[in-house]
Design a protein around this ligand. Structure first.
Ligand SMILES: [Zn+2]
Length: 342
């Protein structure tokens, strides 16, 4: 099947679509999810499994982290993402390899929105490029922000860099998920409320309501970019990414992005990463914990496929994992300072 055959027709959408809001992307996506839960048994099962999972809350240096025991995520968490393993497998985001019942809706000219059959949160979407192009953010920030605005306040949109969380590093994709209860958004709202436009890094960035600052939260380094203008935000985001790329000698720095929109203001969280997997992933015996942080984990929902590992994980281990995979905050502040001065 090609993409054209995968895309739901207006007639197929109609029984699921809220007619009053048919022009809104959020309503179209809700119809897609409802149709797919009805017609694609694997998705139905995925959501039934999500409803049953165990979670526990940990307080890590004053910040809430939700640990999720999600056995269905083992494929993704433990996936071999080295180049030869990727080259040897069939791409699961190319239309000819999707399950027969998997369908989508078109987004812009170049993308198709699909449902993730192994959801981590409610309404877990994958936004796949129509072509098999590598995972690279250059030229795609505008799409990430546009999608964030169009999906509205109920969602957040994420990007996992090719080397830190993307299980298809060879096929460009974004993801979107229900934002309800996203720990880092709640934590940020407490420490840096939306009305607060002060910049923690340099004063002269306080133009309009744009803000750029860094926080260190529960062992994580986070660069926060916030503003109402997508154009301005995109320009600063590209400059920050370029600064990190230069400092770490990479074409694209290791990173995860999380974006959401509230009251017309966009917040982008950039997690600059030192590496993909923490020490415990490679440890043997009792010390081994199968944990591979991507954007969702960095945002405070730590996905753990193995039950014994879920039971064992405590706040101290979470702080150690975050600090091992994050670029050190002093280093990040220096890079951001240089970006601001340029
Ligand atoms: Zn592909």
């Amino acid at each position: 099947m090609n993409w054209q055959e995968r895309i739901l027709s207006a007639e197929e959408m109609k029984p699921y679509l809220d007619a009053a809001n048919a022009d809104h992307l959020a309503a179209q996506v809700a119809a897609l999810i409802a149709q797919q839960k009805h017609d694609w048994p694997q998705l139905h099962e995925g959501y039934a499994a999500l409803a049953q999972i165990d979670t526990k809350r940990l307080l890590v240096d004053g910040s809430t982290v939700i640990v999720q025991h999600n056995p269905k995520r083992v494929r993704s968490t433990a996936a071999a993402v080295d180049q030869s393993s990727i080259a040897a497998r069939q791409c699961f985001l190319c239309p000819e390899n999707l399950p027969a019942a998997e369908r989508g809706i078109a987004y812009e000219d170049e993308f198709v929105i699909l449902c993730n059959p192994y959801p981590v949160l409610d309404n877990h979407l994958v936004i796949a490029h129509r072509h098999h192009l590598e995972q690279k953010i250059e030229g795609r920030i505008e799409t990430l922000l546009g999608l964030t605005g169009e999906l509205g306040e109920a969602y957040f949109v994420l990007y996992n860099g090719a080397e830190c969380g993307a299980s298809a590093p060879d096929h460009f994709h974004l993801q979107a998920l229900s934002r309800e209860g996203l720990p880092i958004a709640a934590s940020l709202q407490e420490s840096e409320p939306l009305t607060e436009t002060a910049c923690g890094v340099c004063e002269d960035l306080q133009r309009g309501n744009f803000a750029l600052f860094t926080i260190n939260d529960a062992g994580r380094s986070v660069i926060v970019l916030r503003g109402a203008s997508r154009v301005e935000l995109a320009a600063w985001l590209y400059a920050t990414i370029e600064g990190l790329a230069k400092a770490t000698h990479k074409t694209e720095p290791l990173m995860n992005l999380v974006a959401y929109c509230e009251r017309g203001v966009y917040t982008v969280l950039l997690f600059p990463r030192a590496r993909h997997r923490p020490d415990c992933f490679f440890a043997e015996g009792e010390a081994r914990l199968v944990i591979s942080p991507g954007a969702v984990d960095m945002a405070g929902i730590l996905v753990v496929p193995e039950h014994a590992h879920y039971e064992k994980l405590d706040a101290e281990m979470v702080a150690a994992i975050f600090s091992q995979v994050s670029l050190p905050s002093a280093y990040v502040e220096e890079v951001v300072g240089e970006v601001c001065e340029a």
